[in-house]
Ligand binder design. Sequence first.
Ligand code: DAH
Length: 398
Amino acid sequence: MKMLMHASSGGSLLRVTVAVSGLCVPSNLFRRYGFRHYSVSTALPSISTKKNNKYLSQPINAVLDIGGTKITKDDVVKDDPTNNVPDSIFTKLGLQLHRRDKHPIGILKNAIYDYFDKNYATEFTKFDNLCPIVSLKQNFDDVLVPADHVSRSYNDTYYIDAQTVLRCHTSAHQAELLRMGQTHFLVTGDVYRRDSIDSTHYPVFHQMEGFRVFSPDEWEKSGINSTSYAAEELKKCLEGLARHLFGAVEMRWIDAYFPFTSPSFELEIYFQEKWMEVLGCGVVEQEILKRNGRADNVAWAFGLGLERLAMVLFEIPDIRLFWSNDERFTSQFSKGQLGVKFKQFSKFPPCYKDMSFWINDSFTENNLCEIVRGVAGDLAEELKVREEVQSKLNVVLR
Ligand code: DAH
């Protein structure tokens, strides 16, 4: 099948050519005439996509209750020029994979809880039901994300309206929990980012945030300054956590930058013959503590992506599988069993679709990924830019 469309958009010519199965226009033709050329590979699922699947989709008129906040589709997918949340994202709200004890994400969360329960005299308060709809202030300003930071863009973040987003990280809850008087806490939740399509990226994933406040008597008796004390405690804590999850692994600390911590670090572990980033962390910026009633304290914080770790620990090869309700997936995991190795079941072979089209300056790859996901859902396995070529020629292919 070959389809050719052209339309005027904002004065510039848009041409779309979609070639599906067998009748693809040879790619060197595209090359010659200078399109931006994308290749989208889709595979039939090893994942069930049945419409009434009680986990994969929410009935569109459902009223969700997340931590006491009632949410309907109209609260999230709005006819507002600033809204960029598609239906496919709304259907993920409230599924809360991290709250299922027999799901790899829930199993991993519980294993991390165990580590903190066993190793700390002061219990860390656990939050895993905070609403993912947050204000711009919570998501960005409260954690000192600069006004021009790329993560604030419509291209990267899901906006419900100009002041409200789907949280793009669990750090969005740090300030409110501090104000509530919390000093030791873990926040687990679903987070949302507009992103590329491949086996390790999905627009919804899960993070765990850790936060610990120290009082002056804690570092004073150690004889070192507050920042160094917090950094040392942080590293000890996270090295212990990595060993708890991965066994006796080699680790290294990399200096990093996050707006909310200074100094900031990333922890990497050497696992299956490569260095893998496990988490980001650091000593919390004093400004955050000061604004939230903790001017005399020091604190550490960390944030880790649960899918990334679960994929390694359970040997799950594709991030879409976490959303599967196929028995052949779900039956492989049980409560408390960290690191059971996932066994592949039949998977349909990928089927490649090549597309080439004219773009204008407002084009972004993330926007294209949203469109592809909107049509193909979880069938879309990967989207790759093949080439981008400028051309002054106006050529119509037939
Ligand atoms: N919020 C960061 C992210 O999503 C992760 C993170 C890094 C959280 C450092 C922290 C931290 O609390 O200290 O990429």
